[in-house]
Design a protein around this ligand. Structure first.
Ligand SMILES: Nc1ncnc2c1ncn2[C@@H]1O[C@H](COP(=O)(O)OP(=O)(O)OP(=O)(O)O)[C@@H](O)[C@H]1O
Ligand SMILES: [Mg+2]
Length: 173
């Protein structure tokens, strides 16, 4: 891999790509902490979203910075985490990674048709029509200079986790 063992894996992708599912599974498997990036939204963002208003990038900067701060905090404490965060734009990911070679991006790659089918089957979530298309419109696929670990989501959860772990070349205890 040519760099330090990661302290944080950022699992990114559009809504319904499986971030929560895969990050939680991977965290259990590695014995690392699972972190839901949405927990770091400031109260103003939570209020805005629950009122049905989309966030602007200006709203997002403090949220992303809070996740970056959490990465520094857990790294300093000797902890490791798998973080679910959509991180659709390069500028968002640059804040999360902030030049650390021990923060790695895991990109969940799948077609709009596959993800739409999974969202339609997902329980307990309402997905406004058009949101998935707008997520694909916003998505900036990670470039090679971000050293992403890209995995196809057209596979069972266990197989996706296998793919990530083998790409990371982590030594599992
Ligand atoms: N590999 C998979 N095979 C089959 N179903 C999957 C797979 N991964 C995730 N799912 C299912 O797809 C749905 C979406 O997954 P999940 O909620 O983890 O996505 P998400 O990226 O966290 O979405 P959001 O951005 O809305 O939080 C869930 O119902 C989940 O159980
Ligand atoms: Mg989720």
């Amino acid at each position: 891999m040519g760099s330090r063992t990661p302290c944080a894996l950022v699992v990114m992708g559009v809504s319904g790509s499986g971030k929560s599912t895969i990050a939680d599974h991977l965290a259990r498997r590695l014995g690392w902490r699972y972190v839901d990036g949405d927990q770091f939204h400031p109260p103003a963002n939570v209020a805005k979203m629950s009122g049905g208003h989309p966030l602007t990038d200006e709203d997002r900067w403090p949220w992303l910075q809070a996740i970056a701060d959490e990465i520094d905090r857990l790294s300093a404490a000797g902890e490791r985490a798998v973080i679910a965060c959509s991180a659709l734009k390069r500028a968002y990911r640059d804040i999360l990674v902030h030049g650390r070679d021990d923060v790695r991006i895991i990109f969940l790659d799948g077609t709009q048709d596959l993800i739409a089918a999974r969202l339609a089957a997902r329980k307990g979530h309402f997905m406004p029509p058009g949101l998935l298309a707008s997520q694909f419109g916003t998505l900036e696929r990670p470039g090679t200079n971000e050293r992403p670990i890209t995995v196809s989501i057209d596979a069972p959860v266990e197989a996706i986790a296998d793919d990530i772990v083998s790409q990371l070349n982590l030594v599992l205890q």
